[in-house]
Each structure stands twice: as C-alpha cells, then as structure tokens.
Design a protein around this ligand. Structure first.
Ligand SMILES: Cc1cc2nc3c(=O)[nH]c(=O)nc-3n(C[C@H](O)[C@H](O)[C@H](O)COP(=O)(O)OP(=O)(O)OC[C@H]3O[C@@H](n4cnc5c(N)ncnc54)[C@H](O)[C@@H]3O)c2cc1C
Length: 562
C-alpha cells in the first residue's frame, strides 16, 4: 500500500448490504438485592419486553444465563417530591448506561463528557471527507446481555447489528483456526473445536496437566481471582502444559485483545474470559458488528434517547474535580445528590487526585494504583483497490511483529461499502496492541501495512487515498495481582459510585459488557439509596457448566492444598 495525499471521497447514500457470507448472588458491594422486577431487556430472537417489564425470560439462547434482580423500591424518583440530581462524569458505555438507568427512574441527570462525542473508546467522528473514523473495530458478542439491553432502548430488535459468519485466526506460520460451524453449547463447543483444530489435537489434550487445567472449567467469581490472580496468563498456560501452537494462536489473540501481552495479564482475567466466551456460555463464539459507524448506529440514537428522558448531555465538558463539603457534592459548581465517575483510568485518577474530599485514604490509594495497558494503534485506510471478496469481516492474527487483526469494513459496514461501490476500493483497518512505550506512529503504520500485505497479498501496492490513525493508551491493565485492590462500584461515600471497565465487579463480564454492567450497577446503587427500584441485569452463569468438571476441579483444588 502506498500513501498519496488524502482524496476527498464524498459520501453517497448507503445501500443495504446482505448479511456477510463471509452459584449464588454475587457480592457486589453497595448494590441492593431485590424481588423481581423486569426492565425491557433483551430476549432471544430479538424480542423485547416492555420498559415497565413483565418478562424475565432468558436474554439470549442460553437457558442458564443468570438473572441479577435489581433493587426493589418505588417506581420512580420523581413522584411525591423533587427528584434527586446526579452528575455522571464520562460518556462512554458505562456513563451512558448509568445515565439511562437513572433517568428512566426519574432522576435528573447531567452527563459530562470531555470529548465532543459520546462513546468513549467506541466513539467516532466525521473526518472532513464524508468518511467516519472510529476508535476501532469492536465485536459485539451475544453474551453481552446488559450492553445489548442498553442498545435495545433505541433499537428493540437490534437491527443495528449484523452477525459475522466467521472469526478466523491465523498465525504467521500459516496455522489457522476458525469458530464457524462449532456447536454452541459447552462442552460440545470445546469437543468440536478440539476435533477440528490443527493447533489443539487430542494428543495435546492427553499431554496437558488436566488436573490443573480443570480450573478453566470451574470459573466462578470472585473465587477464580483468589486462586489465579497472582499468576500471569502466560505462566498459567505453560503450567497446565497448554499446547504451544494453540497458546501462540488462540490465547495470544485473546489475551492481546485485553491490550497486554499474556505475561502482563492476570491468569484469572484470562480464565474468566475463556469462561465468558467459550466454556461458560452457550451463546457461541461468533459475534455481531454494527451495520454502520458507531455515531450513526449507537451514539446519535442514545443521545436522543437520553435527551428524551430529560438528561442534559454536555459534550466537550471535562470535569476537573468533585467537591464535598458537609456531605454536599458539587460538580462543575452545581450541587448534586449523587455522582457517578465513569471515566477511563487516567480520568478517574486525575479527578480523584484533584478532589481531596472524596473517599478515604485507602480508596484513594486504590484509585491512584490503577494502571493503563501499553499503547495501541488503530489505522484505518481507504484504499483504491478491493480486498478479496471472500475475506472475513475480521481476522485475528498472531505471531506477527505488530499486526493483531485486520478488518475489512466494506464487508460489513454500509458506509464503507458505499465507498467501495463508488471508488472500486476498500476500507481496511489494522490494529496493533501492546506496543512499546513511545513507539513511533509512522514506523508502526509502515510495519503494520507491510505485515497486512503478506496476509492479504491482493492489497500489495494499493494506494492509500485516506488514512486515519489513533495511537492511544487508554485501556485499563489487568495485571497479575491487581484484582483485589481494584476499586468497586461502591465507594466509601454512598453518594459516589464508580463505573467502567476498570472497575472490579465479581461477575463474569469483561470489556464493553463490564462497562455496561457496572454502569447499570452504579445506577442501581444510587436508586437503592433513594428507595427507588433498579434494573435487572443478566450475566453468563457464574460457575462451570458441567457438574462432572466442577467436581474434578474441586478435587484438584483440594489436592493442591494438601
Ligand atoms: C481498539 C479497541 C478495540 C476494542 N475492541 C473491543 C471488542 O471487540 N469487544 C469489547 O467488548 N471491547 C473492546 N474494547 C474495549 C471497549 O472499548 C471498552 O471496554 C469500553 O468501551 C469501555 O467503556 P467505558 O465506558 O468503561 O470507558 P470509556 O469508553 O473510556 O469512557 C470513559 C469516558 O470518560 C471520559 N472522561 C475521562 N475523563 C473525564 C473527565 N474528567 N470529565 C469528563 N469526561 C471524562 C472519556 O473521554 C471517555 O469518553 C476495545 C477497545 C479498543 C481501544
């Protein structure tokens, strides 16, 4: 691929694109338990119950999905007196979920977002040529029950999402894996994978330390963190003699999706991820993607929804500090009854450091200790040449110096497809995670492009008509040993709650789903305080699915202690 000055690629009306061919209740501190009440949440097959809610049927295809009832209380906060006022700081998934959860119960909310757009790490913006740049490809898994419930507020049938037909992984040495066509339900999905896999054979299985490996089949939070958090993902996989080829392919792809090398990632986080996406859920490993850029499909509609609920959405509004005197909180000089801090790691550390009246010393130290993962680069390239039509929407890569994945946007996004139809080109996005501190952007881009050309040779020599890059380091690091100290939704101050994917929550949720779940949990915590009913949530089961394997894991734990 060769770069030429940006071309003004005007936008034409998008045409519809066919589906691509190609255990017990958790201890979530500060969150009240309750009797049943249901919100208009997700249901299998695109159904949705009313916002008032009369159904608690499973949110997806997994009958074992776990309901977490919201706190009980009166229906709304704004009957019989002035409603409480809440400042939500941060307008990513977590902050928007919190604002929605509060405003739907009549709370008066001001949502402060530092950037000009909502969405945080899933936001996007117009580039000046008619094309949209976003923070990068995101996979919307079917077990993201609470995120999907948020999206259903503006799109009850989730028509904004389209399924990807496959999600292949390829290693630089040529080995490949694919997740298409596997049974959906554990353990058959694992059996199907092993029987078909080139990188994980039945012989490999017999060589593994199956006793230690049973930990993967009996994930339950927070116990799994207590057992595995001190180990790193790489060491854990070596200890259980996980086959090298599979470790280098599948696990490296997954752990780098947390923006860290496996040696810098907690083994507990890896085991939890394995549970959420594979062993603990029967929603399958395939995912959906938005049909059009995030501002159009997600953030525009959600902003309008928030405003229809009376939320004051202030974008371009960074909050520097939160003051607290005589029990009264002020944000931006305005008195509020509750505060949700739903920022990223740096935002939270900065706000707390500048707000000496918040929390207590131990909590402030836990916030100060939060770390970000190494930098990553997202490069989106508008090319003058198409990618082969059989290229998957998303390909995970491993064993390359830089390249972690390639997506071909015109194979799933309407806006990119319109670009392709207009120009005969393609829109390709390359990601590189866990970069060295201070990595030079242009050097990384050049390296990424060269690697991408070896994977998709038809792009060699293509001219880059427009390029947009995001080099950032705003993802939380889930380092070994960091779980216990991670701040929770509840804080020492009952009027102050946290949300976001940086937050400790003793539930099997990760990344975007952790953001959405903690956002609703933060709203629930404040609603419970005011005696107002909260929102039901769902997660994948918080235990291994097979009684046999759970028993084996328990015996292995006992033996390890002896
Ligand atoms: C390249 C990339 C790919 C990813 N792919 C996936 C994927 O495939 N699947 C998946 O599940 N997850 C994925 N993720 C992770 C996902 O994006 C995050 O888990 C999720 O978006 C976090 O949401 P959040 O609301 O917790 O935080 P954020 O999105 O970071 O939102 C925090 C917001 O707070 C704002 N803020 C900070 N400080 C202040 C302040 N002082 N005042 C006001 N506002 C402030 C920020 O501007 C930001 O908008 C990916 C992330 C990246 C970067």
């Amino acid at each position: 691929m060769t770069t030429t000055p940006p071309a003004g690629a005007g936008r034409s009306a998008p045409e519809p694109l066919g589906e691509p061919g190609g255990g017990g209740v958790p201890s979530v501190a500060g969150v009240g338990r309750s009797a049943p009440e249901s919100l208009g949440e997700p249901r299998a097959g695109g159904g949705v119950s009313s916002a008032a809610g009369d159904s608690r049927s499973a949110p997806g295809r997994d009958r074992h999905a776990r309901l977490l009832p919201g706190p009980v209380g009166r229906r709304r906060a704004d009957v019989g007196g002035a409603p409480p006022r809440v400042a939500v700081v941060g307008g990513g998934i977590a902050g928007v979920a919190a604002a929605v959860g509060l405003a739907e119960r009549g709370v008066r909310v001001v949502l402060h977002e530092r950037e000009d757009q909502l969405g945080g790490r899933v936001r996007g913006w117009e580039t000046g040529t008619g094309e949209t740049m976003t923070r990068g490809f995101h996979a919307f898994f079917r077990q993201y029950y609470n995120l999907r419930a948020l999206l259903r507020r503006v799109d009850p049938d989730l028509a904004l999402l389209r399924p990807v037909a496959d999600y292949p992984l390829v290693h630089a040495d040529g080995t490949r894996e694919s997740f298409a066509g596997l049974p959906l339900t554990p353990p058959w999905n694992v059996a199907g994978f092993v029987l078909r896999s080139d990188t994980f054979t039945l012989r490999d299985l017999t060589r593994m330390d199956t006793r230690a490996a049973t930990a993967l089949f009996d994930v339950s939070l927070p116990r799994t963190y207590a057992e595995l958090d001190t180990s790193d993902a790489d060491a854990f996989l070596r200890a259980i003699r996980f086959p090298d080829t599979a470790r280098h392919l599948a696990f490296e792809v997954f752990s780098r999706s947390f923006f860290a090398h496996p040696s810098a990632l907690s083994a507990a986080e890896l085991a939890t991820m394995f549970h959420i996406y594979f062993l603990g859920s029967s929603e399958g490993l395939l995912f959906d993607v938005p049909r059009d850029p995030y501002p159009k499909t997600i953030w525009g509609p959600l902003r309008r929804y928030l405003e229809s609920l009376g939320v004051e959405v202030r974008t371009g509004s960074a909050v520097d500090r939160v003051s607290r005197h005589d029990g009264i909180h002020r944000v931006d000089g305005e008195e509020v009854d509750g505060v949700v801090l739903a920022t990223d790691v740096r935002g939270l550390r900065a706000v707390v450091a500048a707000s000496p009246d918040l929390g207590d010393p131990a909590w402030r130290a836990r916030v100060a200790d939060l770390r970000t993962a190494p930098p990553f680069l997202v490069s989106r390239l508008w090319l003058d040449r198409p990618a082969r039509r059989d290229r998957p929407p998303f390909l995970g890569t491993s064993g390359f110096g830089l390249l972690d994945n390639i997506s071909v946007l015109d194979h799933f996004e309407d806006e990119a497809r319109a670009y392709r139809d207009r120009t005969g080109g393609s829109v390709v996005e390359l990601h590189a995670y866990a970069l060295a501190e201070g990595a030079d952007r242009d050097e990384v881009v050049a390296g990424l492009v060269a690697e991408a050309e070896t994977v998709y040779p038809e792009l060699t020599g293509a001219r880059v008509l427009q390029a947009e890059h995001v080099l950032s380091d705003d993802c939380p690091l889930f380092a070994p040993g960091s779980f216990t100290a991670r701040p929770t939704v509840a804080t020492p101050d009952p009027a102050l709650v946290l949300a976001g994917d940086l937050t400790r929550v003793d539930l099997p949720v990760a990344l975007m789903e952790r953001a959405a779940t903690t956002g609703f949990l933060a709203a629930n915590a404040l609603l419970a305080r005011w005696g107002v009913r909260g929102h039901d949530l769902w997660t994948v089961p918080n235990r291994g699915r097979s009684a046999l394997l759970r028993g084996a894991a328990r015996r292995a734990r006992v033996a390890a202690r002896v």
